[in-house]
Design a binder for this molecule. Sequence first.
Ligand code: FES
Ligand SMILES: [Fe+2]
Length: 339
Amino acid sequence: MSRYPFPSYPRGWFALALSHELAGRPGEPAAEGAATVLTRRAFGRDIVLFRGADGTAHALDAYCPHLGAHLGKGGCVVDGALRCTFHGIRFDGEGNCVSIPHVTKVPPGMKAKAWQVREVDGILVVWFDPAGEPPSFEVPSYFDQRGEPEKWAPMQWHTWEKLHAHPQETSENSVDLAHFETVHGYAGVDIVDPIDITGDTLRISYRMKRGLDNLGMPGQSVESVFKVRVHGLGYSVVEVETPTFGTEFRTYVLCTPIDEETVILRGGGTMKMLPDPNMNQLVNGLFFKGFVHDVEQDFHIWENKAYFDRPVLAANDGPIGPYRKWCRQFYAYSAEAAE
Ligand code: FES
Ligand SMILES: [Fe+2]
């Protein structure tokens, strides 16, 4: 029996890789460890990523439509197309066959399944819809929205592989106000802007206080405002402002289902540069360490909990009911079911 009363793979945008992991951006040296063809497991299948001649990222189903070789195992990029290692057939980013060695006529059906890809804020996301429908929403670039990308520190990332969880359960954290005290040690949790639901996007903001014992200030605490933006179940962004310190951080939490049991979680963070450049590295490092620590505190809950469709809620729980109702649209696999 499934652990959850909803499908394992919600409709939406899900991260498959970070931009720097995929080589081939024109004019840019490949980052250390970057690959020209990346294989990623998601939604119970293998997907391969590569860049076309102009650097645009593409994603194809891993198995070559010819005789089934794995395009990520020995495949390479030639003139912006992905070349299968078995018989040398090449496919473009839309999955169209562009050449077959010694053959001029491409047989009908020689086409690989292509996935819609977007590259946003250094993240490569693909659109998943079980019925193969095109994207019904987009994920915004926060760097573009907020402007002045050069005023933000380079993104830092941490990846947690193979968690026994579901994207709906990990995202539910954003509205589970009571757990911030018991699991994460915050105090004074209070809503600033109540939950606001607009189509695919859920917004909420709250303030919380955190003790500064680990910064050598026992008995003192500082208040931060957390602005949460959830864009479907695979893509959450939290902006954290701490007026006392004059700091602004932004974190990304990206949850991608690998198969019916497990997810991979990517956490990213950046900080608006401080007036004193000497402080940037220290403060950003401390913040990101704290963020990674906070995320990890939830793991033993997610991995072991049950999902109750009709939970018994208490007054301080936060808008869990409206969140779950919002989630339903991502399992609506046809227009009429989407309400
Ligand atoms: S299996 Fe890919 S070219 Fe033949
Ligand atoms: Fe949490």
